[in-house]
Design a protein around this ligand. Structure first.
Ligand code: 4NP
Length: 160
């Protein structure tokens, strides 16, 4: 059984390629199999671009490779994924609006639902680092590493 996961942010050049890279890295490290892992953006401005070089450099310092070219998440993409993991509440709202069916809408979750630092279980965002300094990219990596580890554990457990 294959579990198909897509991480989604606004531009698909900073946060979601980072989450994708971290998740792929964890899947490989654990020797987990049967995962399809992708990322996309709710907006089309950066379609075709490689991940932001600041995100790529921050990930590389942690041994994580970012890959792919930015793509927009369209309504038809819901068919291709079981889990659609949004980086912030605006992304989640846009995705739910775009979902063709209630079952598709139910595939949308916030990444920080799995953040072990989110002890109150609040709807927390992965802050957009695009207009900020380098520390924002480290924070995104920290959040992705914590949250993706817990997410992977749950997805593996869910299929027994
Ligand atoms: P991302 O970051 O959604 O994490 O890829 C952004 C990238 C580009 C823009 C905003 C956020 N932008 O406004 O162009």
């Amino acid at each position: 059984m294959t579990t198909r996961v897509c991480f989604v942010c606004l531009g698909n050049i900073c946060r979601s390629p980072t989450a994708e890279g971290v998740f792929r890295h964890l899947v490989a490290e654990r020797g987990a199999t049967d995962f399809v892992v992708q990322s996309a953006g709710t907006a089309a401005h950066h379609v075709g671009e490689s991940p932001d070089r600041r995100a790529t450099a921050t990930a590389a310092r942690r041994g994580i490779t970012l890959q792919g070219a930015a793509a927009r998440f369209d309504a038809e993409d819901f068919e291709r994924f079981d889990w659609v993991i949004a980086m912030d509440r605006a992304n989640a709202r846009d995705l739910r609006r775009r979902a063709p069916t209630p079952a598709d809408e139910a595939k949308v979750h916030l990444l920080r639902r799995w953040d072990p630092h989110n002890t109150a279980g609040e709807a927390l965002d992965v802050p957009d680092p695009y207009y900020g300094d380098a520390s924002g990219f480290d924070e995104v990596l920290d959040i992705c590493e914590r949250s993706c580890a817990a997410l992977l554990q749950e997805l593996e457990a869910a299929r027994g």
